[in-house]
Design a protein around this ligand. Sequence first.
Ligand code: PMP
Ligand code: GLN
Length: 379
Amino acid sequence: PETKLPHVGTTIFTQMSALAQAHQAINLSQGFPDFDGPEALLARVDHYIRQGANQYAPMTGMPTLCAAIAAKVERCYGRSLDAAAEVTVTSGATEALFAAISAVVRPGDEVIVFDPAYDSYDPAISLNGGCAVHLQLQPPGFAINWDTVAQAITPKTRMIILNTPHNPTGQTLSAADMQALQALVAGTDILLLADEVYEHIVFDGAEHQSINRYPALAERSFVVSSFGKTYHTTGWKIGYCVAPAPLSAELRKVHQYLTFSTSTPLQLALADYLTTDPAHDQALPAFYQAKRDRFNARMAQSRFSFTPAAGTYFQVMDYSAISDLPDTEFVLWLIEHAGVAAIPLSVFCQQPPEMKLIRFCFAKHETTLDQAAEQLCKI
Ligand code: PMP
Ligand code: GLN
């Protein structure tokens, strides 16, 4: 019998992390920090568990966390929210993305995604009977060509999925992109799903172009983020979705049967921490830019070539001076010959263009980055 996701195997992140472990390679593949979140945040989790906050949270999220999220969105982007009706806490951004897509995509609907695309969008679209329309972004800049998007829009277009800062390329959308998007969707009922999990990791003094800054876009958008990236806690799987009340209501219908609610003590701890240390977010660009620059300075001595990431904790590198292998084979070769694991970019594309690009995660201790770069400089 035909399976529902015939083209889906085990994710590249799971595969590469397993290979890294098997070969005892330095793991710069799957995106996660090799350091902990702030001590004050960790202590609050312990506190709440001991206090007995161990039963179901409210379906839409702990009110204190929803309020802290609303305050953060107002402080960062000037958008004022009704925390009770427009903020939903989810089990990671992954759940928010799946719930948003499931809430609105109907059989036959088209959803525009930009390749390379984060791997969870496509399966969610097809499980709901939708059709993903893939538009390929071209290296090295991976900019969106808005004329191409305009041509791809049909009466069946239900949604456009955006991701800025962008995984895996490290590129960001500009204010001009947001204006172009605004002009494109004006007068249509196209919905937007904005994956902004790296919202606080933007470099070189740039400002994150959140949908939350643009009222004409926000009124038709699900904006998704994740505490995993901002607080170095990817294993906690706490994310959230901001959307106007009618869209949030639809998302919640799915959320309540997907997971119902999300870890109580972790939500309470995050609510405290967000309220007491808003400066953490503001320090994140400099914190990660120092890691990017340290890694890149050492990698400048290698045979890889690259342009520095504009955001995220990923750096894409071109290996065409080293090997003719396709990227999926090159990463296997690299584990064996350099002892470093990376992610090939072609797995995020429906029809990969000619590119010899791989992604390294630099959310690592300086010693990890230095050791990896030293090994990569030898090949
Ligand atoms: N979207 C993007 C672009 C990501 O990189 C990630 C994290 N890998 C997610 C969504 C999922 O976030 P979470 O771990 O909070 O589910
Ligand atoms: N988002 C992480 C990455 O891009 C991986 C998340 C996962 O393993 N599913 O590496």
